[in-house]
Design a protein around this ligand. Structure first.
Ligand code: OFO
Length: 169
């Protein structure tokens, strides 16, 4: 593989694990607030992030590249009201989208079509994750101020279940 492309994927592995760590932190935040549905939503999200990291690990290994695990940074603890982790999650997803796009651009420059095809799944996934994060903000803005509505929203989020990624390597 082109060294720049494999290096970028390698560092993306770390960013995906960091995403998981960040979302476990957000899950903790909501657990402490007593919002079990929000806790569940971020717990599932963190599991998905670990899948993303491991898919990239597998992809590098399948292509004969060495995988290097770096230290995972301390996640930023959300401060403020119930809306803040949701806003932070959207900002984080936008950042990750930018990073995936960078890898895609590098693969394009290197004419690494296999990696571009691999990344297509992530490009689509990022679109979904940004939408999910935006939807959650919207719902919290609409209903978060009313205790009964917040209870129902929390109950809705409690139904989210983890599903293995649709991308198989
Ligand atoms: Fe890995 O998709 Fe979110 O960050």
């Amino acid at each position: 593989m082109d060294k720049k492309v494999s290096g970028l994927i390698n560092s993306q592995v770390n960013k995906e694990f960091y995403s998981a760590y960040l979302y476990f932190e957000f899950a903790n935040f909501y657990q402490e607030c007593g919002l079990d549905g929000f806790y569940n939503w971020f717990y599932v999200q963190a599991q998905e992030e670990m899948d993303h990291a491991l898919l990239m690990v597998k992809y590098l290994q399948n292509n004969g590249e060495k995988v290097v695990f770096e230290a995972i940074g301390k996640p930023e603890t959300p401060a403020g009201d119930n809306l803040q982790p949701l806003k932070a999650a959207l900002a984080h997803e936008k950042y990750i989208t930018g990073e995936i796009n960078e890898i895609y651009a590098a693969a394009n420059t290197a004419k690494d079509f296999r990696t571009m095809q691999f990344l297509d799944w992530f490009v689509k996934e990022q679109g979904e994750e940004e939408k999910n994060a935006s939807d959650l903000i919207r719902k919290m803005e609409l209903f978060g101020g009313d205790v009964r509505s917040l209870y129902l929203l929390d109950a809705e989020l409690k139904t989210r279940v983890y599903a293995a990624p649709s991308l198989i390597l």
